[in-house]
Design a protein around this ligand. Sequence first.
Ligand SMILES: [Zn+2]
Ligand SMILES: [Zn+2]
Ligand SMILES: [Zn+2]
Ligand SMILES: [Zn+2]
Ligand SMILES: [Zn+2]
Ligand SMILES: [Zn+2]
Length: 445
Amino acid sequence: MNKKSKRGNSLVWLLCILLFLLLAGGAYYLISSHLPALSNHIEEAAQSVSSKNDDDQQALLFSCKHPSFENGACTVCGWKCEEHEFNNGACMICGTPCPHEFHDGVCSICGFKCPHESWEDGACAVCGTPCSHPGHDQETALCVVCGQKQYHHYDRGVCTDCGGTPVFYTDPLPLSFYEPVEHKGTITKHEYTTTLWGAHDRSEIDKAFNVYLPYGYDESQPYDVLILIHGGGGSEDSWLVDLVPYGETEVTGGSLLDYMFEQKVCKPCIVVTPVTNTRFLTGVEGGIYQMREELRDYILPYIVEHYSTYASDSSLDAISAAREHFGLGGLSNGALCVFEAGFQYNFTLFGSYAAFSGDYEPWNTASAIRNGEFAELPITCFFAGAGSIDDFQQQNSKIGFDYIVENTDRLVEGENAFYVDVAGGHDWTVWFTDLYNAMQVMFPD
Ligand SMILES: [Zn+2]
Ligand SMILES: [Zn+2]
Ligand SMILES: [Zn+2]
Ligand SMILES: [Zn+2]
Ligand SMILES: [Zn+2]
Ligand SMILES: [Zn+2]
């Protein structure tokens, strides 16, 4: 091969390499610039498949008659009922039950009127409307509509709801009545300073009374007020707080009140227990006579001012206007206080009286309520009783009661005057049973 042809070959090779490079570059350009378009094309193809499914779905939605729903969604096509049209308890489209917002037994969303078919704790289990308790069974006192236990409303000895008459215990209350109940009332002690009525120098003396508020006490409701006076040697704690002997054991009166209100023995009321500081025990003048002023000038106005009662304000006129809702009770020396500081001196402020195992001063009482400004005032209730073997007071109690009933024209036994002896002596088994008996009839509704 000559030198010239060698050069010619090299040129051909060079041209071949250049051509190859040119072609390779062009191919790279072509591929790289068209790849995105290719991937787009793949996506478009995929999309056209899925939009075909949507169309099917749409077609199903339109053709589906939504034959059944579960949780507001059609079980066939999956369509969800978002805007329920509630009518009479359920959505007319999907059947979802109405969430019900009741006002006076009618749902404000769907218009459903609750028929009150089941009751729970005195209210409709569905709509919460309280039962009006239109009547109750004479023996069980269960409401004829809702079945809840009611208390009898004794008015002149007959229940205005069932026509029944009160059942009084003549044996001491069973011990179970003093066992702790679920719903307890509260007892608050109020301390104060007063001047001694009987002392010549009107010296100051520190005193106190307890206030029992029933469980569920509600400021928006008016309550009857029962003031209970202890016996000789007692204090403001005797009736409610102290553990006192009860047969073989000891109990408190506070637990009895809890039981009575929970069992609906009577309407819940406020019970106030002052201390009288009896002269013959403390050596201090005043005692039950002190209570004439103290009940009128301090205790009653204080209670009306601080608690929800039937009196429109704490003035004596307002208390007087609501006197059928104020009662005074007491045992032994406290019973004397009921006559002395109640009947005889504050007859305008109390409509109801309860005297247990006490001396009565019956002639003073009878003449006081027969005469003067008292002559027109009605007596809501006068309850008395004693222990059947109470040598100390049984005879006095019965004779006094009979004398007062006979010597006034406003007391009729069995209507607004009740006398019940309880088997026992001069002790708490009798007094707590007296209290239970008396509280059934002291405040007519
Ligand atoms: Zn459907
Ligand atoms: Zn619906
Ligand atoms: Zn509704
Ligand atoms: Zn209802
Ligand atoms: Zn009822
Ligand atoms: Zn009744």
